[in-house]
Design a protein around this ligand. Sequence first.
Ligand SMILES: [Zn+2]
Length: 146
Amino acid sequence: MSSRRSAVDAPARRAVEARARAVVDYALVRRAALADLAAGRTSTHEACDAQAYLLRAARYHGEPAGEICPVCQHGSLVHVSYTFGDCFRADVNGRARAPRELVELADQHPEFNVYLVEVCAECRWNHLLASYVLGTGEPAKKRARS
Ligand SMILES: [Zn+2]
């Protein structure tokens, strides 16, 4: 069901943005982290610490960010969306999802959290960009979990 495509799925991304609730933007935190890095208050070793799991998620589920990495200026910056919620089975909770999958899940589940992370596969820079809530907003029904 989840084909591995690396092109930006703009319609799905717009659909996700239209449904996102309780959005928290971490742009200021990110900017501060980059300023600390530029000023030498943190090292690239500390800031660019993407683990193997995150790098793998970036490779298979990442969407091109459409901008260069703010640290190494390489063009391989991608966005990864992690999903967490009581509605998910334990083995898929915390899974990275493509925007198209997020839209499908938003139609199927009452509520879950999404964490949008940017990752550079080149220098391993990674930072939380935003978090938000998706879902139908209806009370949880007794139904098969997916
Ligand atoms: Zn980089």
